[in-house]
Design a protein around this ligand. Structure first.
Ligand SMILES: Nc1ncnc2c1ncn2[C@@H]1O[C@H](COP(=O)(O)OP(=O)(O)OP(=O)(O)O)[C@@H](O)[C@H]1O
Ligand SMILES: [Mg+2]
Length: 507
């Protein structure tokens, strides 16, 4: 560590919510020109700390120093005035506004008479997007963009402020490898200009690549302060969870020869151009590809969300036609959607009500709602996925972001479907919960269920799939054994797919 004055310093910051001490005497120093990782399990207090630093809430006690002088960050505007830009874990963009308007929301360039300078909004937004290498028009309506693109707009908004300190809470959860690499490059450039960066991510491979120092929280307390320069994933994991976690990817092979689902030349008007593949009983079929390659669109086509304009789906050899999602659910399919930031949760319900929601309305396998069995299954899932114990007492809106995601996953695992489509199931959940999801995947495939796994985390996809199909412009031409691919093959196949004919992608 240098002896420079920190740009920002937290001294003994505490913050309690009803029933939980979310930050307990947290100390942290944020240096200019340094990328500081803030890590820890879901619910350990990362976002709480970020909200305090961003003026969203006031700490109960402790001091905040700016260049060595004590300050109060009374509201989000005060944080901006003090040169702090934040990308929050929850989206803050307004879907009905254009990209340019969102980027400058609350900060519109105006003439001296107070009139908004639309040309400048447009030009400045275009400049920031170009700097980020994001191919989105400043005039596009933000709500029509994909989740990943919306996330990039969210980041652009912070970057446009040209702040001395930038805070990113899970910025890459909805991004693919290429976008992550571009974001990292941008952050490295900002670092070399002396910006202080506070970075939260549950993707530890990414942390290892980009951060200079880490602070690790557990149950609201700092368990590892920054200062150690060595950044080693297995040390980080043990500090986070307080124990050794063993095998990172506990893959079991349970695939049989029976084909449970076959997609033949699927086409939709929403981005599926030609998808053919088979799914076996007990198999995990991974869909790889870059952001926007059409993986989510294939999931939507399978699930009856988007109508097929050509091709057909066979279940155990019999053609089926899903006109709506409910048809797919009745036929034994489940989809854990990617867009968990927006849909899926009833925020005013407790976890249990959310978990059983998809199985109500006569959807239960046996046609009856066995309340006792339901309570037991819910309880087991909360335990297996290590969902905050508060989940059983509190409504979902009081849980941390990662715990909310686990509840959506639990709901679909509870729904007892035979074929589960998991779209980015481990995004934003901590390492312990990721392993719990992998173990549940094993448990499901062992019971003869089949899984279509979509993941932008290549290591995860390779380790947990039996076979992998690379999606290219909405098409799947062939699938290969996961064990025949390595990380670089997959990155190359996904990226090459943009420039190569599909059949050549694995050559
Ligand atoms: N508005 C709130 N009201 C009550 N409790 C809250 C509120 N926000 C957070 N909490 C609780 O405070 C604790 C810390 O939550 P926080 O959101 O800071 O976790 P986190 O480290 O950001 O987790 P994640 O990785 O899941 O995003 C958790 O126990 C959470 O349930
Ligand atoms: Mg959080």
């Amino acid at each position: 560590m240098t002896s420079e004055t920190p740009l920002w310093e937290f001294v003994d910051i505490s913050k309690a919510y009803p029933g939980v001490l979310a930050n307990d005497k947290v100390c942290i120093k944020l240096m200019p020109g340094s990328i500081h990782g803030l890590l820890g399990e879901n619910g350990c207090g990362k976002s709480t700390m970020i909200k305090t630093l961003s003026g969203v809430q006031q700490p109960d006690s402790g001091k905040i120093l700016h260049n060595g002088t004590e300050v109060t960050i009374s509201d989000p505007q005060a944080a901006r005035d003090n040169g702090i830009a934040t990308v929050f874990q929850e989206f803050s963009i307004v879907p009905t506004l254009s990209v340019g308007e969102n980027i400058f929301l609350g900060n519109m360039p105006r003439s001296r008479l107070g009139v908004i300078n639309w040309k400048k909004v447009h030009d400045d937004a275009a400049r920031v997007l170009a700097e980020m290498d994001v191919d989105v028009s400043p005039n596009a309506i933000t709500g029509t963009l994909s989740v990943g693109e919306q996330q990039l707009v969210e980041i652009a908004k912070a970057i446009a402020m040209d702040a001395r300190m930038i805070i990113l809470d899970e910025p890459t959860a909805a991004l693919g490898e290429e976008e992550i690499e571009r974001l990292h490059q941008l952050l490295r450039n900002m670092r070399s200009r002396g910006t202080a960066i506070l970075y939260v991510s549950h993707r530890l491979d990414e942390v290892e690549r980009i951060v200079d120092e880490v602070t690790i929280l557990r149950n609201g307390r700092v368990v590892r302060a920054s200062g150690e320069t060595e950044i080693n994933v297995s040390d980080i994991v043990s500090a986070m969870v307080g124990e050794d976690i063993g095998e990172h990817y506990p893959k079991e092979h349970n695939a049989s020869d029976d084909v449970v689902l076959e997609a033949q030349g699927l086409v939709t008007e929403f981005g599926v151009t030609d998808a053919s593949f088979t799914l076996h009983k007990g198999e995990v079929l991974g869909l790889g590809g870059v952001l926007g390659s059409g993986r989510t669109e294939i999931a939507r086509a399978l699930f009856g969300t988007d109508e097929l304009s050509a091709g057909q789906i066979l279940l155990s050899g019999k053609p089926v036609r899903f006109r709506r999602e409910i048809d797919a659910i009745r036929a034994g399919l489940a989809l854990v959607p990617e867009n968990r930031k927006y849909d899926g949760l009833f925020f005013n319900f407790r976890a249990s009500g959310n978990i059983t929601a998809a199985s109500l309305g006569g959807l239960n396998r046996f046609g009856v709602l066995n309340l006792k069995a339901e309570a037991q299954a819910t309880h087991d899932l909360i335990r297996d996925l290590e969902i905050s114990t508060q989940a059983e007492e509190k409504t979902v809106n009081f849980l941390s972001g990662g715990n909310q995601q686990k509840i959506v996953i639990a709901r679909w695992l509870f729904s007892q479907s035979d074929i589960l489509i998991l779209d980015e199931p481990t995004q934003g959940i901590d390492i312990g919960a990721k392993i719990a999801v992998y173990k549940l995947i094993n448990k499901l495939t062992r019971a003869g269920k089949s899984i279509i796994l979509i993941s932008s985390d290549h290591d995860e996809l390779l380790a947990m799939s039996d076979r992998i199909a690379v999606v290219q412009h909405g098409a799947i031409k062939r699938t290969v054994k996961a064990s025949d691919l390595n990380h670089d093959d997959l990155v190359r196949a996904s990226a090459d797919a943009l420039h190569t004919k599909p059949e050549e992608a694995f050559a």
